[in-house]
Design a protein around this ligand. Structure first.
Ligand code: SF4
Length: 256
């Protein structure tokens, strides 16, 4: 077993009993991945992890480029999307186009009926505008709970996070440990800029959401996403009516 494989195993195993600091293994992995290109990071993770690896995509620019590398590499990686039911029509069209382009089906996870019906009954169909609490409740039912099911059984999780997307995300790294879910989290594009990702997508004819060209930089659910003006922070268009906070739906916040 190589040093890196040992670090990966240590990270996942010690996350279970919390008797040592499992973050040390993830930190060592992150440092060892820094010298690799993003597709090399994906390939290396696949070599190291014997079990299931899940990649979650919302069909953003980063997700499309990562899916391109997964498809090109022929990697056995579970590709999943969380269909909140409130996505833009353009996103659904891109989803279909992407499946056709890469010849693979993207597994869709949906909110649970009972939770969704209760949410709408309590807060109304657009209740997320009422308060931070109702918005978080909607994100929990439509995204966070489905994510937990999407990652069920996975030993590693690949995401499209980049460090320069926000102050909160800059505190993360290429590899982190999700101790609560007991899995390693790889963000292969963590140290890339948005421009570099866009350039790669254009040069390689990767299908992207046409809304990007209209100023929708970070695209989530339609009622909660607006275009941003030049110079605005990348995630300013998400939950724009909320002036404070981390601008996260909870998918990438540490669970306690
Ligand atoms: Fe609900 Fe908006 Fe969160 Fe989508 S982004 S799950 S519509 S609150």
């Amino acid at each position: 077993m190589t040093e890196i494989e040992s670090a990966a195993r240590t990270s996942v195993e010690t996350a279970a009993d919390r008797s040592t600091d499992p973050k040390d293994g993830a930190r060592a992995l992150s440092e060892s991945f820094a010298g690799l290109s993003p597709p090399q990071r994906i390939a290396r993770l696949r070599q190291m992890i014997p079990g299931k690896i899940t990649f979650t995509t919302g069909f953003g620019l980063e997700g499309q480029v990562i899916l391109h590398w997964i498809a090109e590499g022929g990697h056995d990686i579970d590709v999943v999307t969380l269909d909140t039911g409130r996505l833009f029509p353009e996103t659904y069209e891109l989803w279909a186009e992407t499946e056709q382009r890469y010849g693979r089906t993207i597994r869709a996870i949906y909110p649970q009926n009972a939770g969704l019906e209760k949410l709408i009954e309590r807060h109304g169909i657009n209740g997320f505008y009422q308060s931070p609490e109702t918005r978080v409740a909607c994100c929990h039912v439509r995204k966070v709970e489905p994510l937990n099911r999407a990652l069920d059984g996975a030993q590693a999780w690949i995401t499209g996070l980049r460090g320069d997307q926000s102050a909160h995300r800059s505190e993360l790294s290429i590899v982190t440990l999700d101790a609560a879910r007991r899995l390693l989290k790889l963000s292969p594009l963590f140290d890339w800029t948005r421009e570099a990702v866009a350039d790669f997508a254009a040069a390689n004819n990767v299908p992207v959401n046409p809304l990007h060209a209209q100023g929708f930089v970070s695209i989530g659910c339609a009622p909660c996403t607006r275009a941003i003006a030049p110079g605005e922070p990348e995630r300013a268009g998400r939950w724009w009516w909320e002036m404070e906070g981390k601008k996260e739906c909870g998918l990438h916040l540490a669970r306690t």
